[in-house]
Design a protein around this ligand. Sequence first.
Ligand SMILES: *Cc1c(COP(=O)(O)O)cnc(C)c1O
Length: 455
Amino acid sequence: MKLFSTNKKAASATFEKAVMQGLAEDGGLFMPTEIPTLTPNFFAKIDTLNFQEIAFTVAKTLIQNDIPEKELEKIIYESINFDAPLKEIKENIYALELFHGPTLAFKDFGARFMARIMSYFINKTAKKITIIVATSGDTGSAVASGVYNVEGIRVFLLYPSNKVSKIQEQQLTTMGGNIQALEIDGTFDDCQKLVKEAFLDQELKNIFAENNDSLASANSINIARLIPQSFYYFHAYSQLKKIFGPNMEPPIFSIPSGNLGNLTAGLIAKKMGLPIKKFIAANNANDTFTEYLKTGNFTAKPSVKTISNAMDVGNPSNFVRIQELYQNNPEKMRQDIWSASFSDKETAAALKKVFEKYNYIMDPHGAVAYLGLQAYLENSPAPVTHNTKNASVNNPLIFFETAHPAKFLDIVEPIINQKIPIPDRLAACLTKEKITTKLSKNFTDFKNFLAKNAK
Ligand SMILES: *Cc1c(COP(=O)(O)O)cnc(C)c1O
């Protein structure tokens, strides 16, 4: 697999380099120079394959011989070791539940896969790496859980003070071992900026290199985080085909979007040949992408706080990758992607309605995606029929449930007026002591901290 930088100034990179470095030298994001398509035979029998078999085929096709097949298979079987089931909410509308991993959010897929890919590469060279990652909540715990106790890797988690839920903060700050939480006095965008700056700082790089260590990224900018997120689009398709049969119309996916990593992975899946009619990028009040599709102008904004806080991103980092996929052409993008944004009030109302009418508890992020589907059905220029199970006229409608509602107890419980049972793996961290290092949003403070910790 060969990759190029979206800034076009850096030379092309191998998969190993792209993963270990995260960001290209010119500050761009890595993208595959070629996205191969899967065979007709794969699609013909996709409904006979399980999730891991599907993931392995997709990974092998994309990554090719950068990792020997046996190793790659092992990495897949260890990282994709929980399901992503489709749940029918009402006729022809399904939730794809992506929260059955160890930290109850879809970011477990990317984090577990990336940790094992990195571990494979560092074992080859006997080096150490220090992952720095900015998190708006879920990324951090997923990355921490993914690399916990993996030899040669340690993690610094940067999170915005007072801007993640209590439960998320407990998940981030109680792991110990090779995981250290940094509580930043700022927003998620400030955290992300610190991480980006650190990667471009030559002096820091040298200090780490002297210690046989290097800085690595784990945000959705890392290509190894993105790749496994395409697997569950194929798996969803496979499950749908079992329901609707071989003549199924291509599905429509609604994705609750922040940094647009999940959406980008879906677009890659489509490029690999997966039949998808439309993607819906559902935004909360942070509507930079919605506005872009509407106007053709991309205007980054400061993030605003919402009840779907993992999507509180004003300057989505994967936007440049999407531009690459569509040659900077918003008109082409609109053929595949539709977008709308929703207020907290609308999100809460949808959560309540779906619980009362269909007895299904969404989390606030899933609720935004559900709203995206509804709005698309109302506004779509060529309305999709959605009132019968006749597969020949139906586009199955899927929204992503990206986190377990118990991760957002304080938001969800008052809305549905009901207690949510807390899964054991979440309850375990709630009683542990929070340990953090507090830092300002100043790069100098962060740099000094890293430099001190490199020695
Ligand atoms: C990160 C996250 C999102 C947003 O995903 P992107 O890939 O950044 O667009 C949505 N929901 C949850 C629960 C998340 O953790």
